[in-house]
Design a protein around this ligand. Structure first.
Ligand code: ATP
Ligand code: MG
Length: 591
């Protein structure tokens, strides 16, 4: 039985929180509104968790809201399956922590209805999400974005350009070479309005024309060289349907979506620093009523020994390196959840890493520490043997049971216990027995003594072998007077091992996971497929104490001496238990 730890993690301040606090003091916004804007082109990963915790964390601290918005302006790559998985993952990550800050779209509100102050107030709800609350979609703003594009044309700030995509690229120049004005740059407003209307009506094929901003083809910032606002794409959209054949570009849609939702602070990763002048240009050029949203950038989370980008994870999925987006070896939120990593551990990890403006690789040990730290306080202890070998306790009769008590939660203020039974036949870990032991081997060996945890000391008396010399039986005696509460309970031996009763144990498949890559920065390799760890998954047939038959998905257990484990929510069934190892007890890579 495990309980989610809801104790708040102290949040250190950072430069973004300082900016928000100053804006609150100066009363710059009626309300602090942030957003988490994933593109629905894959599943969320732990890097996204950093952005989610920052955006929801700020909303929570400032009594504001954070909108989950699908940034879905590219109809070629986006799918409803991803919308569902992302929504589930975000809600899982913030549950019990910041779910009251989830911004919601009032049911029935017309998505693109803009009020007289230029904003659709119905998007700014702060009522706790209900069964009817829905996430936001940039594609719900297509009408509004189109109307804003017409406004830009009328203000002489946008033009229809007939250069092909290839020519457009050539005219753009290079960072050290100014671009050239498009020959279509000085079209009249009337001609631009007419051509944009005909583009929208579907008169022209893909790539034949585009709507471009009129900024500066010689700007040192490449993003200001008349960037595209709209392009022609004769593809239906998974959410907006078949209505459109012109689609807005990310930079144009993003700032306006923020504006429409009343976002105050738009937080993104560092690669968007050069896009910020364009973000501001669009909002300024439309002369929109204040206050305007502002963009701030922070360094992405890059954990070692893993690959984040959705594009890379998609390749691992498509090439069957892993068994789907929720494979427990992946850094996806659904993979981590399936592996048994609690949402609170992910939040503690990404919050602890902090918010800065320099890129660095985060040691995976930091993540593993956060997981162990969390599970150590919440996961109950159980006994399980992963690679069993049987021993016989010759002084216990067949059918006899010796009652023992095991502690469930040694970390708790008032620990509780459960009954376990010692029987004639017991499984121990294959590694805990050595016929020819190395020096300083304190586990079971011929003639040696060891303590069976929560039971008693046993002594290995005799090995029975078959004609080929293979061991068929390990015969031991149980020193029953060394049990707790018995006269010799304080007898000391050097080794204590875990065990399960062979007659009472249940069978389970246990999946042992290791890092997916053998190098700290697989993304920096020429081909990350060559850096795959061939031993990232090992499946064993384990013997577990019988109480684990009732384990529920979502519960975590510490199998003593082995690590933290939880039911595989997808493949486990009653009568065919499957457990995943979430994490070992110690860092096995440290050496
Ligand atoms: P990916 O390349 O993994 O698909 P992305 O940045 O394209 O990442 P989006 O769906 O656009 O993914 O991301 C939504 C939000 O999450 C963005 O604001 C983005 O900056 C942020 N984000 C993505 N990856 C990370 C990361 N590793 N660390 C912190 N924030 C991230
Ligand atoms: Mg992306």
């Amino acid at each position: 039985m495990s309980v989610e730890n809801t104790t708040p993690v102290p949040v250190p301040s950072d430069f973004i929180r300082d900016i928000v606090a100053a804006d609150v003091t100066a009363n710059r916004y009626a309300k602090i509104v942030t957003r988490f804007p994933p593109e629905p082109n894959g599943y969320l990963h732990i890097g996204h968790a950093k952005s989610i915790c920052l955006n929801f964390g700020i909303a929570k601290e400032q009594g504001g809201v954070c909108n989950l918005r699908f940034d879905d302006t590219n109809p070629a790559k986006e799918e409803a399956e991803y919308v569902d998985s992302i929504t589930t993952d975000v809600k899982w990550l913030i549950a019990g922590w910041a779910d009251h800050c989830l911004g919601f779209k009032a049911k029935g509100a017309h998505p693109a209805a803009i009020t007289s102050n230029g904003k659709p107030d119905q998007y700014l709800g702060s009522v706790p999400p209900s069964a009817t609350s829905e996430p936001f979609f940039a594609s719900d703003y297509f009408d509004a974005l189109h109307a804003y594009a017409i406004a830009l044309i009328k203000r002489g700030k946008a033009y229809v350009c007939d250069l092909s995509p290839k020519e457009t690229e050539e005219y753009r120049g290079a960072p050290d070479k100014p671009g050239k004005d498009s020959p279509f740059r000085n079209r009249s407003v009337e001609e631009n309005l007419d051509l944009f209307q005909r583009m929208t009506a579907g008169e022209f094929p893909d790539g034949a024309r585009s709507l471009r901003s009129k900024i500066d083809m010689t700007s040192p910032n490449m993003w200001l060289r008349d960037p595209l606002l709209y392009r022609i794409r004769h593809i239906p959209h998974y959410h907006a349907g078949a209505k459109w054949c012109v689609y807005p570009l990310y930079d144009y849609a993003h700032c306006l979506s923020d504006y429409l939702e009343g976002v105050s602070h738009s937080l993104c990763s560092l690669e968007f620093v050069p896009h910020r002048p364009l973000y501001d240009w669009v909002l300024e050029s439309l002369g929109l009523p204040r206050p305007l949203p502002h963009q701030y950038e922070f360094a992405k989370l890059v954990p070692a020994y893993t690959l984040l980008s959705k594009r890379n994870i998609l390749r691992l999925v498509q090439e069957n390196v892993v068994a789907g987006w929720d494979d427990p070896r992946l850094p996806t939120l659904s993979g981590l959840r399936r592996r048994g990593v609690p949402a609170s551990a992910i939040r503690a990890f990404v919050t602890g890493v902090g918010v800065t403006t320099f890129n660095s690789v985060t040691d995976i040990a930091v993540f593993e520490h956060a997981v162990r730290n969390e599970l150590n306080t919440t996961a109950e202890r159980r006994l399980g043997v992963l690679k069993p070998i049987k021993i016989v306790l010759t002084n216990i009769a067949e059918g006899e049971t010796v009652d023992c008590k095991a502690t469930n939660n040694p970390q708790a203020e008032t620990p509780t216990t459960r009954a376990i039974a010692l029987t004639r036949e017991v499984f121990i870990e294959t590694d805990d027995f050595a016929e020819v032991p190395p020096p300083k081997y304190f586990r079971l060996k011929p003639g040696g003594e060891v303590r069976l945890k929560y039971a008693c000391i046993i002594k290995c008396d005799e090995l029975v072998k078959d004609a080929n010399g293979a061991i068929t039986e390990i015969r031991c005696t149980a020193q029953l007077d060394t049990r707790s509460g018995q006269p010799n309970s304080d007898k000391k031996v050097k080794g204590t091992i875990h065990w399960v009763s062979a007659t009472q144990a249940i069978d389970a498949e246990v999946r042992l996971y290791d890092r997916l890559f053998t190098v700290p920065e697989p993304g920096a390799e020429e081909d990350f497929m060559k850096a795959l760890n061939p031993k990232s998954l090992e499946v064993v047939s384990a013997k577990l104490e019988p109480s684990l038959a009732n384990a529920k998905s979502g519960e975590s257990f510490q199998f003593e001496r082995l690590g933290y484990f939880s039911i595989d929510p997808k493949d486990s069934a009653s009568g065919k238990l499957v457990f995943n190892r979430t994490i070992t007890l110690k860092d096995t890579w440290a050496k």
